[in-house]
Design a protein around this ligand. Structure first.
Ligand code: G3P
Length: 216
């Protein structure tokens, strides 16, 4: 399972963009607003930092507006920009039209199996189910991911499943166990994936023992 970083913060992206296991970035209008930049300027700067897929979300709600923004965003760095579209009728229509123009898409705000099915059928490159927001509201996110993966495999849909709204290391592990293609992980959780108390204590004791044999 691939890992992306879910942020618009440049320092966070800089820290992880050269590490071997982070392959892309996802953003949304709220993450960009937190950084106090315009949507387009933020995407331009992120595109200079990282070479993998970068999901950049449209803010228009009508089809023509979405298509216009999609073309603009995609032109920033055609080899990397993935246009993020909302899970609405217009968003899915834009998704199908952009597929015909060979512009990759990520249909976001997916909370049900039927929504994922519509994204698959609309030729989405990626679909983003939101785990944390489901769990926060009393739904079972693991069950949804299991079902989406099963339907994708039943019919051989090429759409990649990006698990989003990740809140914990356990979420990441669950996504991998259930066969998701990608988890997009916030910085706070990404930094926790590597650490384990037994790794830390093991490193300390190896370092101490290595010191003892330094002059042997
Ligand atoms: O990029 C979408 C997403 O990951 C949102 O996460 O934490 O706002 O539910 P959150």
């Amino acid at each position: 399972m691939q890992l992306f970083i879910d942020t618009a913060n440049l320092k966070e992206i800089e820290e992880f963009c050269h590490c071997p296991y982070v392959k892309g970035v996802t953003t949304n209008p709220s993450l960009i607003a937190k950084e106090g930049r315009s949507q387009e300027e933020a995407i331009r700067t992120i595109a200079q930092l990282i070479d993998g897929p970068i999901s950049a979300e449209v803010t228009a709600t009508d089809l023509d507006g979405m298509l216009l923004q999609a073309e603009k965003l995609h032109a920033i760095k055609p080899e990397n920009i993935v246009v993020k579209l909302p899970m609405t009728a217009a968003g899915l229509e834009a998704c199908r039209l952009l597929a015909d123009r060979r512009i990759p898409t990520n249909v976001t705000l997916c909370f049900s199996l039927s929504q994922a099915l519509l994204a698959f059928e609309s030729k989405a490159t990626y679909v983003s189910p939101f785990l944390g927001r489901l769990d926060d509201n009393g739904w079972d996110s693991a069950r949804l991911i299991e079902e989406i993966v099963r339907v994708k495999r039943n019919y051989g849909y090429p759409t990649k499943i990006i698990c989003a709204s990740i809140r914990s290391v356990q979420h990441v592990e669950t996504c991998a166990l259930l066969g998701a293609d990608i988890a997009t992980v916030p910085y706070k959780v990404l930094t926790k994936l590597l650490s384990h108390p037994l790794t830390e204590s093991g490193l300390l004791s190896f370092a101490k023992d290595a010191e003892k044999t330094r002059n042997v």
